[in-house]
Design a protein. Sequence first.
Length: 559
Amino acid sequence: MQKAFDSKARVDMVLFLFDVPFFEGYDLRGVELVHRRALLKALIQEKIEEKGHETVRFSEDFHAFPADLLQTACRMQLEGVMAKRSDSTYISRRSEAWLKLKCKQRHEFVVCGFTVRTDEAASIGSLLLGVHNDLGDLVPVGSVGTGWKSAGAAALFKQLAPLEILKAPFAASAAKPGRWSKRAPGAERWIKPLLVAEVEFAKWTPDGQIRHASFVAMRTDKPAGQIVREVAKLVSDVATEMATEVAASIPAHSGSKAGPTKKAPAGEVKVSNADRVIDPSTGLTKLDLVRYYESVAEWMLPHLRARPVSLVRAPAGITGQLFFQKHDDKLSIPGVRKLPAELWPGHQQLLEVPTAQALASAAQMNVIEFHTWNSIAKKIDMPDRVVFDLDPGEGTSWQHVSEAAVLVRALLSELQLQSWLKTSGGKGLHVVVPLSPKLDYGAVKAFSKAVVKHITNTIPSRFVARSGPANRVGKLFVDYLRNGQGATTAAAFSARARPGLGVSMPVSWDELEQLRSGAQWTIRTAREHLSFQKEDPWAGYWKKRQSLTAALKILSPED
């Protein structure tokens, strides 16, 4: 809207109203939000029918789990959503009853100075920003140097130059970035702290500076003196708080030995023993695990559907005994489906996790890990992928793991095969090659073994093809055994039953150099990471089906 005003162009606008604190002389601020909005909705509908157009509209509300709603907003490239308690009153200050859930961090800052472009003295190079701290002092938070075009940079210079002063406007106790020199291009030039800019950025650093900032617009609706640092709540924190509040309102069943049950929103599972800590190293609970799987179901289900799955259950948490479950074993999980017995003759029926309800229900039944076959049920004898599990031994650095992934990718490229990357959620990485399901498990496993043998023979100082701790000290084990029939690999987005509850996260090859661990994301941080993604790094994986014919000839030219 600000940009539309600045351009002075004719723009059709619609006004959405979300609340009515006063109505016909009555103060409604003490009335619950749900009743205020009901009145507002009826009033707007009456005006629409009277006027015959919808220039003013009612801002609809959506009763949904916060993580799901935020996910939708982020996919629509919106700034985020507002979460509000339906029974809240209207108060003119920050409140826990109204919370901002943001896809990306967006904030207003006081413009405290600027630099000019080195090639054009009458254009802005960057804006120097600040906020007021708890004492009311103006403190620096960094700068922003992108988000405008050449014309915009020149217009900003014209707006800021008349406000120039000799000294930084920050409080005496605040750090002052750089040295001021009016004539030196690129040096800081200070202005009276009267203007406000809206900026989008990735995160705050521990010392209170913003990272990866991009200019959005100048704001004329907020006085600079009111700009303070706002901290948006993480959606995971809000979800947990909401679940806790709901649970507190539910009376415990008399005679219950399982502890309180926390009621989930409609369509979701009820979580028993929700507060039970499953990872003592972090304090993460069973409720955290269920909510994580509910929030990533949309991404995870394509990796689970139609594919046999094995489950790793931890009834006593990750420090207790773990159970690897391939079959129903008389412990039926709602939504988890038994595959037809004839698919794998001579064995018990395999399992499939086909829906979001099945995924969340499995977590409610203490399932932490989901491991899948390399083939789908309909072509169970013919794998549609091959997996290279890069598992570092004791004393192997992460740099070594990262370099190993690059080498494996390079070899696969020489074999005319495209590969995709994901973290294991543990110590290593998984390199995955999608295939046309035309060869049986024996042929695919033999191929993966030949690849690993070639790598270990070429660089024996770095790689080893034999498992066992003694063989892997300081080296990296490339596990090709994941490619046999009945073998499984942790599915994408699966949590791991290890301290921290790391997550197997699909990433692009370009992200490899930024990774620092195979457990870089956990069930606490993965959802936030996904909310910042603009595109699926594995989007091409689902369309790519490759033959091993050329690769086999290159590996075994004598044949």
